[in-house]
Design a protein around this ligand. Structure first.
Ligand SMILES: Cc1ncc(COP(=O)(O)O)c(C=O)c1O
Length: 461
């Protein structure tokens, strides 16, 4: 370790990357599970998506650009739809939402989960049947609830006693009886490969099970004749690879279901187990197929229902990342390549934390490849960074790129469909990139690039 005046932490630089990351035998090879299904390297070495050369995409739409393999997205919707054939699959729109994607998921038979008035507006503008929309959120305003009621959304997922009051008053005023779920915080936290089951539930979402708020909320809603309580809801985390967390959460939430039956003689007909199914960002991630997930979740619920002597409720799930995440890659152009004192090579691209905040926010790992050509150079461990004024502006922490990577190369980062464009910002007044859907060799702009004029239009001073 080199000495550093700022201390040992800063001195621990120039690592060889994580232990699992090995120099590839072929630096041009694509790891299939990281890429949309219709991405390949063409005969001349450049990537193609659904038959279209990415250089043509860059030439027409500029870089950075999010490239969506439409058939890949649709096939993932269908995989979930057929795996959960007797259940409802809500696409979690927070992962990425625009009108074209709403239409795609609707056409493929999915429902849609929205969690703000803005997401609801996009869903309705795209023609999503309102009865297939579930409306989430821990702080829905009166205006948002009013809009949801007026649109007749299928389910409102209740998240607080204040919201129960608000929705009750609004429903009474309007003479409607919305169908609702009560979101239960079950004390299970699952992220990546681990989960912990805790006794306390210290978070802003839902009603605490251990503290008794969830039972109180459900009984209260049952007492409100203008609300129709359809069931309970729980969502335990993100990037989950292991069904154990779902097992504990299902056991706890069905325990509450039994408690409600014992108190009121009512068996709630529905149960929503939320989303959070993991995807592969690197070779270290090994996601389950939707068929396997469906089988495991069904078995878990059936077993718990047997124990509690409950009829098996109608299930729903809410995958976001697992549907849109793998369908998109971001295409950047390299601007500079800097070898810092032999410690590390920084490859700077023309985007960064404004189009992908996940690396900075969650310490997320990604992979990357040079997309505009194949190379015969040796693999070189590099860090792909953005153009923002922040040293944490990292897109891909560690990846082997060809040692001749140079300005003008296109670099593609896969797995950027979820929580990248939807969390994009204008930091440093960098306009947000467009989203281009490619199908059958043709590219279609579905979200246009923001312009400096857009940014200045908001600046009315
Ligand atoms: C209630 C709820 N459902 C579904 C999701 C989607 O999660 P994922 O995209 O990880 O599947 C989230 C994510 O935060 C959520 O809060």
């Amino acid at each position: 370790m080199r000495a550093h005046e700022a201390g040992a932490l800063h001195g621990d630089i120039g690592s060889r990357g994580p232990a699992w990351l090995r120099p590839p035998a072929d630096v041009n090879a694509l790891v299939p599970q990281l890429w949309p299904r219709n991405v390949t390297r063409g005969a001349d070495g450049a990537l193609t998506v659904a038959g279209l050369d990415v250089r043509a995409v860059a030439a027409e739409f500029g870089t950075p650009v999010y490239v969506l393999d439409e058939d890949d997205l649709r096939s993932r919707c269908r995989d979930f739809r057929s795996a959960f054939a007797d259940e409802d699959v809500y696409y979690a729109g927070k992962a990425f939402l625009c009108r074209a994607v709403v239409r795609m998921v609707a056409e493929e038979g999915l429902h849609l989960d929205v969690c703000t008035g803005g997401e609801l507006a996009v869903a309705l503008a795209a023609g999503m049947p309102p009865e297939r929309i579930g409306f989430h959120g821990n702080n829905k305003s009166v205006a948002e609830l009013t809009r949801a009621l007026d649109a007749r959304v299928g389910r409102v997922i209740l998240d607080s006693f204040d919201e129960i009051d608000r929705l009750t008053a609004l429903a009474r005023e309007r003479g409607v009886r919305p169908r609702v779920l009560v979101r239960v915080t079950v004390g299970v936290e699952a992220h990546t490969h681990e989960f912990i089951a805790t006794a306390h539930e210290d978070q802003k979402f839902g009603f605490s099970l251990a503290g008794g708020a969830a039972a109180a909320a459900a009984l209260r809603v049952l007492d409100e004749d203008v609300l129709e309580l359809r069931g309970l809801h729980s969502h335990i985390g993100s990037q989950i690879f292991d069904a154990d967390g779902f097992e504990v959460s299902a056991r706890r939430v069905l325990g509450l279901q039994a408690q409600i039956r014992d108190a009121r003689g009512v068996e709630l007909p529905e149960l929503d187990l939320g989303g959070g199914f993991g995807i592969a960002y690197t070779t270290q991630d090994d996601p389950a197929a939707p068929q396997d997930l469906a089988k495991r979740l069904r078995r878990i619920v059936e077993t718990e229902c047997l124990v509690q002597r409950l009829a098996v409720p109608h299930l729903s799930v809410e995958p976001g990342r697992a549907i849109v995440g793998p369908s998109v890659f971001t295409l950047y152009e390299v601007g500079t390549v800097k070898d810092v004192d032999g410690i590390r090579t920084y490859v700077s691209v023309d985007g960064g934390m404004s189009d992908n905040i996940r690396t900075a926010l969650y310490d997320a790992s990604y992979s990357a490849t040079v997309a505009s050509r194949a190379s015969t150079a040796e693999p070189l461990l590099a860090r792909v960074v953005g153009k923002h004024c922040e040293s944490g502006d990292i897109v891909v922490k560690d990846e082997f790129l060809p040692a001749d990577v140079q300005p003008g190369d296109l670099v593609a980062v896969p797995g950027t469909g979820a929580y990248c464009r939807s969390m994009a910002s204008n930091y440093n007044h960098v306009p947000r990139p467009p989203v281009v859907a490619v199908r059958d060799g043709r590219a279609r702009l579905i979200v246009r690039r923001e312009t400096e004029a857009d940014l200045l239009a908001l600046d009315v001073g």
